[in-house]
Ligand binder design. Structure first.
Ligand code: COA
Length: 676
């Protein structure tokens, strides 16, 4: 079906784009636009309006076409034809005017938006520069500073901000098309086109300081800097030359590893919330949440739910704990208020939707009860039993556990089909990831309801089966274990940290352990000791640090030494301890290159992920990628460990793993796909 409709209303062309869900400029839309422009010219229309049906004006190029060879007509040509047309073209803007949509708006002659419209050039988030003049027209429209900022960050701005910067003719509250009609009635001559405008000069050091700020944040992503370069071309060359350079770079980047990985992440983020397990299942309605436990986790979960407009009741053990929990939640809401995330009225609405007490009877009408108490089986079982006594038979019973088996927590619970694990990450009101844990008994409706809650509280939810640590912490344990093997065999914590930072991780594994504390890992290793295979290689260096009460930053030392500024300082004692461990175990220490460290750490992650898939703990490889990107800082521009392994190829990963296992006998059980 043709997604572009043309209608000549007494000399005014009305062009309507209807290409759900977001009116992306697919080949059919581009062809339809060319035809509509030609029709308007053929009909001698004096003016024309381009408008979109549905939730938004064009929200960009069609990302699903980016992996294929570009098909005519090409977007820059369509927009050039529009801009050069004798017809005065206006755009009626609503929703999210992004990428190719923003470029379309810039090529038009008159731009009017409803007040809620947002604008941006998000190509950078896909490892790209815009492909249809965005970096060349935007500086001409709003100045090079704002253009470079938007193109390199991908952030959105609202209609008023764009209007203030000179990018819109008007912002209206309602009757967008009526307003445009009147504006065009009074338009006497063809306005200056955007590409004809001059660019105002920019202070010399503006681009240098922007580039250095962008570089600090990019952590290996190339597109932010390339977007700044492209905006600079607008100042250095004429429009035709600048646009041609931009287009060439855009097309080259489409085939780059970074863009392919970022596009994988984009689609994975949307697919992850649609596992087969909940296909065509209707979620139950959720308005009331009960949280048990008002510590850091419980308070964070409460704040996340309150921010989504849910009613939250928090249960604690006694008056003192209730008061402390109340203060903690209030503090989080006040923090949001202080940072400008919510208004005073928003704060009051959220705080009014919150209550706190020590009586489980208050949970009688809850839709979902989430226990977030101390990570102890008996304590959690008691809380579950108490909740089950008070909540409705159809209400969902959720446990926020990082490692404990939800099936065991709910052993004596009636209706175990309503039990689900909700593994939040700390701080729960900020971290995007939520693992939704499916027990043997969990019903599809309980899962669907958990996914629907996750969407409402803006989490990236991933379905996980039951295993030690679920997907995320199991992957983390493997990653750390490989780090410890490398330490024992010759590397140092600082070498491994530097290698993984260079790979694009925000922190290395040892700095991170020092930040979060070594105790949790220690407790887990002790818990797992009875079931650990006798043949498994086990390195005790981390345990020895814990025995010396070197628990990380909070205790003043861990893998590193800390002064008051929390900057990790290499510690001779740790180096000696590692050296001593190697000597005692008869290990001839060797050197590892940065590449060897990175390869082995990533191959081990890929192997653990493949085993998780083979065991059916994760449904799809993309689920694992989402866990690592949204919960553990894996560089988004690498697409996640499973995508990375795909790019490396099974044989390459298998070869690396074979050499890791040879170096480190007893280290890894290989997934079937990596056995040779
Ligand atoms: N090309 C192809 N498909 C797109 C798309 C695009 N540019 N933008 C969104 N979609 C698809 C999504 O994959 C999703 O498909 P699904 O329903 O099959 O999962 C659907 O449109 C809705 O998108 P979603 O992100 O779930 O909706 P939203 O209302 O939360 O957000 C946007 C809408 C437009 C803000 C968001 O989709 C977005 O940022 N899109 C990318 C915009 C972009 O990068 N444009 C520049 C491209 S160069």
């Amino acid at each position: 079906m043709n997604p572009v409709f043309y209608h000549n209303d007494s000399g005014r062309a009305w062009v309507t784009i209807d290409n759900p869900p977001v009116n992306a400029t697919s080949q059919a839309v581009r062809a339809g636009l060319i035809e509509a422009i030609a029709s308007a010219e053929r009909d001698n229309c004096r003016t024309g309006v381009i408008v979109c049906l549905g939730r938004t004006f064009v929200a960009g190029g069609d990302i699903s076409e980016f992996g294929k060879p570009p098909q005519e007509p090409h977007l820059p040509d369509v927009y050039w034809q529009l801009e050069q047309s004798p017809v005065i073209w206006a755009v009626a803007l609503h929703g999210t005017v992004l990428g190719g949509g923003f470029e379309l708006a810039m090529a038009a002659h008159v731009r009017v938006a409803t007040s809620g419209t947002r604008f941006g050039l998000p190509e950078v988030n896909l490892g790209l520069v815009p492909g249809a003049g965005g970096t060349q027209r935007l500086p001409r429209l709003v100045g090079a500073e704002l253009a470079a900022d938007l193109a390199s960050s991908g952030r959105m701005i609202d209609a008023q901000t764009l209007f203030d910067a000179g990018g819109l003719d008007a912002v209206v509250e309602d009757d967008l098309e009526g307003y445009i009609g009147k504006l065009l009635d009074s338009a006497s001559s063809h306005p200056l086109t955007t590409s004809e405008r001059n660019i105002l000069p920019v202070a010399d050091d503006y681009f240098t300081s922007l580039a250095s700020a962008v570089d600090k944040k990019a952590k290996g992503a190339k597109a932010p800097q390339l977007n700044i370069d492209a905006v600079k071309w607008a100042m250095e060359t004429d429009f035709i030359e600048g646009q041609s350079r931009e287009r060439q770079l855009h097309l080259a980047l489409r085939d780059s590893e970074q863009s392919i990985a970022l596009r994988h992440a984009f689609f994975a983020e949307r697919l992850v919330s649609k596992p087969a397990a909940i296909k065509e299942v209707t979620a139950a309605k959720v308005e009331h949440i009960t949280v048990v436990g008002g510590g850091l986790m419980g308070a964070g979960i409460s704040a996340a739910c309150l921010a989504a407009g849910l009613n939250v009741h928090l249960i604690e053990v006694d008056d003192n704990a209730v008061a402390a929990a109340n203060e903690r939640v209030k503090g989080l809401l006040q923090g949001a208020l202080k940072r400008g995330k919510i208004t005073q009225a928003g704060f009051e609405a959220q705080y009014n939707a919150f209550s706190c007490g020590d009586d489980y009877r208050a949970a009688a009408n809850t839709d979902i009860a989430i226990e977030a108490v101390f990570e102890d089986m008996q304590v959690k079982q008691n809380v579950f039993a108490e909740l089950a006594r008070h909540i409705r038979a159809d209400a969902i019973l959720a446990t926020n556990t990082s490692y404990l088996n939800p099936e065991e927590i709910s052993t004596d619970i009636k209706n175990p089909q309503r039990v689900v694990g909700l593994h939040f990450f700390s701080p729960a009101h900020i971290m995007k990831l939520l693992e939704i844990v499916d027990t043997k008994e969990t019903s599809a409706q309980a899962l669907a309801t958990a996914f629907s809650l996750a969407k409402r509280i803006k989490k990236v939810a991933v379905l996980s089966g039951v295993c030690d640590g679920f997907i995320g912490n199991r992957m983390l344990a493997a990653y750390r274990r490989q780090g410890d093997y490398l330490l024992a065999d010759g590397a140092t914590p600082q070498q491994i940290d530097a290698a993984m930072r260079a790979y694009g991780m925000p922190m290395g594994p040892y700095e991170l352990q020092d930040l979060t504390g070594l105790q949790i890992g220690w407790a887990n290793r002790k818990r797992q000791a009875p079931t650990r295979a006798a043949t498994e290689r086990y390195v005790t260096i981390a345990d020895q640090l814990c025995e010396k009460e070197r628990f990380g930053q909070r205790s003043g030392s861990g893998w590193y030494q800390y002064e008051s500024d929390r900057k990790p300082v290499v510690d001779q004692e740790v180096e000696q301890l590692i050296q001593h461990y190697s000597n005692q175990n008869g290990i001839q220490r060797r050197t590892f290159t940065q590449q060897e460290i990175q390869n082995s750490m990533i191959a081990v992650l890929a192997n653990e992920g493949a085993r998780i898939l083979e065991e059916g703990i994760a449904e799809r490889a993309l689920d694992i990628d989402m866990v690592k990107i949204h919960g553990y800082g894996f560089p988004r521009w690498r697409g996640g460990p499973m995508h990375t392994a795909d790019v490396m190829g099974d044989d390459t990963v298998a070869t690396i793993l074979a050499s890791v296992v040879k170096q480190s006998p007893g280290s890894w059980l290989l997934a079937k796909k990596y056995q040779r």
